[in-house]
Design a protein around this ligand. Structure first.
Ligand SMILES: [Zn+2]
Ligand SMILES: [Zn+2]
Length: 399
């Protein structure tokens, strides 16, 4: 067995030795689901466990109460490798995206790499990243510089298939409000300005716009306030929309077209428009190909077969995209359930099933093995950075 293979065997054994603990922690987080920015118990459990095991823990980084950075260094500062822990749940559905498993695999991988760190030298971090669902927590942490200087940031997301190179969509969140004038709907409708008509006109215009959009674009939304009573001409309406596309340049173009649709509603009715775009947005992911090759090879060692994305792969958005725009990153998927991409009751069940537990253990091993590849072979780190620079250059050429 080569040196690197024996180091990998040691991290595999270290994960196996903690298997029962990791499953228990995954199930504890699952049993106490906490939504975006409210993940107090989950963050305390994970960061406490890392602290007990000798990691230096900084809490509430980037001004987020439920974030943390746990660090362990030996001999040298670099390479600096981070495993990212997500732990937010979905309102009403609990852990329907399997973030309890993501949290626990990051913990398991961090503790496993700790066991070989004296032989390798370098820095390992487990970074607790709140509010993936809707809050773009990692975007806020990127802005605060939390990931600066990393040689690799990695996590693995539960899914219905094993895939390393799937991309993700840029996603803007928009709030639309119309301010009209109330009036008696029977006796004096001509005295009113109908804020609901403005909203309906906007949704109709967006519906027509879709025909002119590229296949990867998505515009979707809900009306959050439609009026107060049917016999009053609505004075105020509001909606929330998502605008997405494969790259930020095109998503921005679509966003401006949607803004024009909203302005059309105001113009047609006389209602006043407020169109607010959330200032952090989900950026599209750049899956680092060198990290992907290393992960694929480690998956294969553990008997996991990895698929390539379909030519017309359908995608969601993740705030891991924001991280991948500033440091080399990878966000593979691991199979826990045949039930699609999550956000369902069935996926909540899968996130604490034997298959979910097994995938979490395998993922912890793969993350730790990949860190060994980077810490033991300096050339891998160089190639990771070269690939990152190339992707960034290609991206700016096409935008
Ligand atoms: Zn999700
Ligand atoms: Zn998720």
């Amino acid at each position: 067995m080569s040196d690197i293979d024996s180091l990998k065997q040691r991290v595999i054994d270290a994960v196996d030795a903690r298997r029962d603990d990791l499953v228990r922690i995954a199930d504890t987080i699952h049993a106490h689901p906490e939504v975006a920015f409210q993940e107090h118990e989950s963050a305390a459990l994970l960061s406490g466990m890392l602290e007990e095991n000798g990691f230096a823990v900084e809490r509430q980084v980037a001004g987020l109460e439920t974030s943390f950075v746990a660090t362990m260094s030996d001999h040298r500062d670099s390479p600096r490798i981070a495993f990212l822990a997500e732990y937010d749940a979905l309102p009403g559905l609990g852990h329907a995206c399997g973030h309890n498993l993501i949290a626990t695999m990051a913990l398991g991988a961090g503790l496993a790499v700790k066991s070989v760190l004296p032989d390798l030298g370098g820095t390992i971090q487990v970074i607790g990243t709140p509010a993936e669902e809707g809050g773009c927590g990692k975007g806020l942490m990127v802005r605060a510089g939390v990931f600066d200087g990393l040689d690799a940031a990695m996590m693995i997301h539960p899914s219905w298939r094993n895939m390393t190179r799937r991309r993700s969509l840029t996603s803007f969140k928009v709030e639309v409000e119309y301010f009209g004038k109330p009036a008696h709907a029977g006796a004096g409708p001509d005295k009113g300005i109908n804020a609901l008509d403005a909203m309906v006109a906007m949704f109709s215009a967006v519906g027509l716009l879709r025909q002119q959009l590229r296949d990867d674009a998505r515009v979707h939304g809900i009306i959050t306030h439609g009026g107060d009573a049917p016999n009053i001409i609505p004075e105020y309406t509001s909606a929330r929309l998502g605008v997405r596309a494969e790259d930020t340049a095109y998503a921005t173009e679509v966003l401006e077209k949607v803004r024009a649709c909203a302005q059309a509603g105001a113009l047609a009715t006389g209602a006043r428009l407020e169109f607010k775009v959330a200032d952090v947005f989900y950026e599209s992911i750049l899956p680092n190909p060198v990290l992907a090759d290393l992960v694929d090879a480690n998956m294969a060692v553990l008997g996991i077969e990895v698929r390539l994305p379909e030519p017309k792969e359908r995608m969601g958005s993740t705030d891991m995209g924001n991280v991948s725009q500033v440091v080399p990153a990878l966000h593979p998927y691991i199979d826990i359930s045949p039930d699609g991409v999550g956000h369902t009751v069935e996926f909540t069940v899968a996130s604490r099933s034997p298959a979910g537990h097994e995938a979490m253990i395998v993922a912890a091993k793969v993350l730790a093995m990949t860190a060994v590849d980077l810490m033991a072979v300096p050339d891998n780190v160089t190639r990771v950075h070269e690939a990152f620079e190339k992707q960034k250059a290609e991206q700016s050429e096409t935008s």
